[in-house]
Write a protein that binds this ligand. Structure first.
Ligand code: ZN
Length: 360
């Protein structure tokens, strides 16, 4: 039952065999990409298993390749920041919902909820989810060492394998939402089989979209006000990601305009990032804030809100748009704006849970 990295290593062997048997050099190249992704995933999973502490020196360095691309999205990020800063001052003061940290959810109830939820998302999504559900015995593991708001999915597209882990330590009420997120990735990988080759910026759109839908479902269909609070808190959580991202961008711009060569700029930037965003705690574990993720998740959220608001009016249209987005890569960023406009429906979204005329 379940999977271990041994299964992923078997996949690796399989891919290597495919690589050696392939004669076409373009196809060989593609397989090689998959091999590298899989190796990265195995390392990622084992690293997380041992200890979540990462080497701060490795983190920010990786960002450099992506930074110029991220810069294009900053007008959108600023738009979101301005909007949140214009909200009534009491936005965060509302503390009506508390949850019982000892509340638990049985596996059976959990799977029933998810089944109902995904089957309410239209025929296409239902079909994909029901296929994934049949593979749970092999590809889904629960990890009680990790917090319930964490999870991950490793997809091996060429072999049609999807390895999912879900953290269960922490607030059980987060678990359905984390699962909606991870299955969101899996559904996207079924919509478009080349998903998970290399790009990252668009990847959190699909998962955050299903996360929001699931929060809304839990609030409206299961009558649990905890999830209304989640929808509300998403706005403030991503506001902080946005602030982090702008700090990062400003630092990045400054460093690269003022340093004589790339190497010293990188060194300076790493030191700066470590000092200012440095180590933080999740539970009793030390982690390094990953600025790259801050941007990916933020952009994912801003796009997901748009899809969510479209979905509330026209389910099929939203799923069609998602499918289009899923098939795009990060460097086709104009395509996002051709289909949806991030931040356009944010006020409408906030009014959805704060009341009709909360923001105008
Ligand atoms: Zn994700």
């Amino acid at each position: 039952m379940g999977w271990t990295t041994k299964d992923m290593r078997e996949d690796l062997k399989e891919l290597r065999k495919m690589y050696h048997q392939e004669k076409d050099s373009d196809k060989k190249e593609e397989i090689l990409k998959d091999i590298n992704t899989l190796i990265g995933n195995i390392v990622d999973y084992e690293l997380v298993l041992d200890d979540v502490t990462q080497n701060a020196e490795d983190g920010p360095l990786e960002l450099f390749a992506a930074a110029p691309m991220y810069a294009r999205y900053f007008p959108t990020v600023y738009k979101f920041i301005n909007l949140v800063e214009s909200l009534p001052y009491d936005y965060y003061l509302d503390t009506e919902v508390s949850y019982d940290p000892l509340a638990s959810i049985s596996k059976r109830d959990l799977f029933d909820i998810l089944h109902e939820f995904f089957n309410s998302c239209g025929t296409k999504v239902a079909k994909y989810y029901n296929e994934l559900e049949k593979e749970n015995d092999k590809y889904l593991i629960f990890d009680n060492e990790r917090l319930s708001c964490s999870g991950n999915t490793y997809v091996v597209p060429r072999l049609g394998h999807r390895y999912i882990w879900i953290g269960t330590d922490g607030n059980p009420k987060n678990i359905p939402i984390t699962m909606a997120h991870e299955y969101g990735h899996c559904i996207a990988s079924k919509m478009y089989e080349h998903r998970y080759s290399d790009e990252k910026l668009f990847h959190e759109i699909e998962s955050t979209f299903f996360e929001l839908l699931c929060e809304d479902y839990m609030y409206n269909e299961m009558n649990d006000p905890f999830y209304k609070k989640c929808l509300e808190e998403d706005v403030s959580a991503y506001y902080w990601s946005a602030k982090t991202a702008t700090l990062y961008k400003r630092t990045f711009d400054y460093v690269f305009n003022n340093m004589s060569d790339d190497d010293s700029a990188k060194k300076y930037f790493n030191r700066y990032a470590k000092k200012h965003y440095g180590n933080t705690m999740i539970g009793d574990k030390k982690i390094v804030i990953d600025l790259d993720s801050a941007m990916n998740y933020l952009f994912g959220y801003l796009c997901a809100v748009e899809l969510f608001e479209i979905y509330k009016e026209d389910k099929e249209l939203a799923i069609d748009l998602l499918e289009k987005i899923v098939a795009k890569s990060d460097n086709e960023y104009e395509s996002i704006y051709g289909n949806i406009t991030p931040v356009k429906s944010m006020k409408k979204h906030i009014n959805r849970f704060k009341g009709k005329n909360y923001v105008e």
